[in-house]
Write a protein that binds this ligand. Structure first.
Ligand SMILES: Cc1cc2nc3c(=O)[nH]c(=O)nc-3n(C[C@H](O)[C@H](O)[C@H](O)COP(=O)(O)O)c2cc1C
Length: 381
């Protein structure tokens, strides 16, 4: 089931152990835990087990922990009542426990700030939630979702992101990540199928549709100051369309991302289902490689590292098995300067010790991932 490219996996991955500093983020190595929703925060409060779950990944050598998506300081931020919130005394006290635990292991702690826009929760569609809002009343193409936002909704939402960003800095996080990917609020503004506005937040050019994101980034920047790192996660794919390309060529990619760069993004997290896939025909660079080239910013790459199937195939086919055959490609891409950090998703959800096991070539001990894993409370360590 598992093919390993070389006998000495520790030597292969050694370049990824170089540290990286970007403002407040002082990553001890290039490995990050990808953001993964777990839905075990009743009332929006991360449990002690949740803090321990993150601590174990840091203890096993993952340099930067990016948390599951966590709501910001406004009632319409998420659509399930078991998603943790990054606002209010009790939720922040719980997060502080996780931050301290990860820091004690030498890891960096980065909350992923999430607003779902007009999307109900796909995992818990019946969960109670506040009235949702979205750019034009759509969650997907011709899929109604949320009330169309007024300009004052937009201002309040930007202020809510800024309040949670400031809280993150105040309680000791090392950076924040804004969830601009996968069809949620930022993406609903980016995409012309869900943003039908005729004010300054909409328009035929993707640069116009990036105005909301740029304003949120600017509000966060003002809240956290110049020296605190802001990461923006983006993707081409959305839950409503895996094949769509927001940016059809590098020029359009520049028009999409440049407003966010000018507003203060420090790092882009390029969410892709399979990291080895070229973004545009005729050039091997993946999404992250292109983002790095057009923005000049450091990037995080991600997508099926250590797994034989991608995230979406799991939904259909049920199980992904360990597969190490592409690690050489990953390291070669790193050595060509095509990414700066790499996020590991399902391999770390299934097994906190994935990295150690790989580097020690304990291949028979690697754990497959199946969809049900994510809904079992921290059973896998
Ligand atoms: C259970 C689960 C929950 C996820 N939740 C989030 C999330 O909250 N925010 C996000 O940006 N991506 C989320 N993702 C996507 C992952 O961050 C990652 O991009 C994806 O799993 C691909 O990486 P992998 O192939 O290494 O798993 C989730 C993925 C899984 C498997």
């Amino acid at each position: 089931m598992t093919t390993a490219p070389t006998d000495d996996l520790a030597a292969l991955l050694a370049p990824l152990h170089a540290s990286l500093t970007c403002k407040s983020l002082k990553a001890p190595n290039r490995f990050c835990m990808a953001p993964m929703s777990r839905y075990f925060a009743p009332g929006g409060i991360l449990s002690d087990e949740g803090a321990e779950y993150y601590r174990r990944r840091a203890a096993a050598g993952v340099g930067t922990i990016i948390t599951e998506g966590t709501g910001v300081a406004i009632d319409h931020t998420v659509a399930a009542d078991t998603v943790p919130i990054f606002a209010g005394d009790e939720p922040l006290a719980a997060w502080k426990g996780a931050i301290d635990a990860v820091h004690a292991e030498g890891g960096m702690f980065v909350p992923q700030l999430w607003h779902v826009g007009g999307c109900i929760d796909f995992n818990f569609p019946d969960s109670p939630h506040a009235e949702l809002v979205s750019p034009s009343g759509f969650a997907g193409p011709d899929v109604p979702g949320g009330r169309a936002m007024t300009e004052s909704d937009i201002a309040d939402t930007a202020a809510a992101f800024a309040e949670s960003a400031r809280a993150a800095k105040d309680i000791g996080c090392d950076a924040i990540e804004l969830h601009g990917a996968h069809g949620y609020i930022f993406d609903q503004f980016f995409w012309d199928r869900t943003n039908l506005r005729d004010d300054r937040y909409g328009g035929p050019d993707i640069a116009d549709r990036a105005t909301f994101a740029a304003e949120v980034v600017a509000a966060c920047r003002e809240a956290v100051g110049e020296d605190f790192a802001i990461i923006m996660r983006v993707s081409q794919w959305k839950t409503y369309d895996y094949d769509v390309k927001l940016a059809r060529d590098p020029d359009e990619m520049h028009r999409w991302l440049d407003p966010m760069v000018r507003a203060g993004v420090d790092i882009f997290h390029a969410s892709q289902r399979r990291f080895w896939e070229p973004e545009y025909e005729g050039d091997p660079k993946n999404l992250g490689g292109w983002i790095k080239e057009v923005t000049g910013k450091p990037v995080i790459t991600v997508g099926s590292i250590g797994m034989d199937r991608d995230l979406m195939q799991d939904f259909v086919e049920g199980i992904s098995s360990p597969m190490l055959g592409r690690l050489e490609d990953l390291v070669a891409m790193f050595e060509r300067g095509e990414f700066d950090l790499v996020a590991l998703g399902r391999v770390l959800l299934a097994d906190p010790n994935w990295l150690e096991k790989v580097e020690q070539r304990r291949i028979d001990e690697l754990t497959p991932y199946d969809r049900a894993t994510a809904l079992k409370q921290y059973e896998h360590g």
